[in-house]
Design a protein around this ligand. Structure first.
Ligand code: PEP
Ligand code: MG
Length: 290
């Protein structure tokens, strides 16, 4: 039975009773694309900006984005996520004593608005050239004001589907209000754990605090998924938890609609879901919350 499930491993992800769960890829460039998933759930665009003395030009960005869009119809692009664990020296951001709580992700727009504006122009142009409709989301969104300003700016460029990442507890607590402003949410469990438990995500001595099975994190994820169900809008997970075959069923049990992961993780997650009914997944989620 296991071999049959693995052999069937290309279509949409499904639980044993047929509940669909989109299985998507986390990529940094077109070179990371692999068959077997339904699209890209997290295109981390900062890889284009790393190790650079100068920002990539508008044309260079258009080419890199078009390269991905042309190869896969369904893509969620994340706008630049600079700062803290992803420093970008050419931005010339001031030194910070506490960078994880500083100017990172969408917050860079406060100091350097041209960076996001050019990037959104380049994404929109790449979409036009390839005849595709990428979804676009911003990292490290914290408030309604940030979400609505981002949504307005992206829609003004002609981007049809605009979302925000949920990486900060303040945003998770306001998920249903955020969904009045945006079309979808994507939960970044790596950062959401870091900020929920006040524990550096790279600190090995704090790994137990960062465990995604911690009930406080599951509560926040469940809150976002419920908000999505009520609004009729997609809520996915794109942090590392989504690619873990033991955690993926829990996330599905909490109600998320897609799981985005490193390409190498897709077969095992597909298999784990196919062995459980939606009710099994819900029971696992309830047990973990207890
Ligand atoms: C996350 O924080 O879970 C996430 C997907 O973003 P990154 O790991 O790139 O910060
Ligand atoms: Mg993150």
């Amino acid at each position: 039975a296991r071999r049959a499930r693995l052999a069937a491993g290309t279509g949409p992800g499904r639980t044993a009773d047929g509940h669909p769960v989109k299985l998507l890829l986390n990529i940094g460039s077109a070179a990371d694309l692999r068959p077997g998933a339904e699209g890209v759930g997290l295109f981390r665009t900062e890889f284009l900006f790393l190790d650079r003395k100068q920002a990539p030009s508008y044309e260079e960005q258009v080419a890199a984005y078009a390269d991905v869009f042309a190869q896969t119809g369904s893509v969620i692009v994340r706008t630049l996520d600079a700062g803290t664990d992803k420093p970008l020296p050419f931005l010339g951001l001031p030194h910070e004593e506490n960078p994880a709580l500083g100017v990172r992700g969408l917050r860079v727009d406060r100091l350097l608005p041209d960076v996001l504006d050019t990037q959104l122009d380049a994404i929109a142009e790449a979409a036009r050239r390839t005849g595709t409709e990428p979804w676009v989301m911003a990292p490290m969104v914290t408030t309604m004001a940030e979400a609505s300003a981002f949504a307005r700016q992206a829609r003004a460029k002609g981007i049809a589907k605009v979302g925000v990442m949920i990486e900060v507890p303040a945003a998770a607590l306001r998920a249903s209000r955020l969904l009045q402003e945006v079309d979808f949410l994507s939960i970044g469990t790596n950062d959401l754990a870091q900020y929920t438990f006040a524990a550096d995500r790279q600190h090995s001595a704090l790994a137990d605090l960062l465990d995604p099975r911690q009930p406080a994190l599951l509560e926040l994820i469940g809150m976002c998924a419920r908000a999505g169900r009520e609004a009729g809008k997609p809520v996915g997970v794109c942090g590392e938890a989504a690619g873990d075959p033991l955690l993926a069923p829990l996330l599905v049990g909490l109600g998320v609609t897609s799981l985005s992961m490193a390409p190498v993780c897709v077969p095992a997650v597909r298999e784990a879901l196919s062995a459980l009914t939606l009710e099994d997944c819900r029971k696992r989620a309830e047990a973990a919350l207890e």
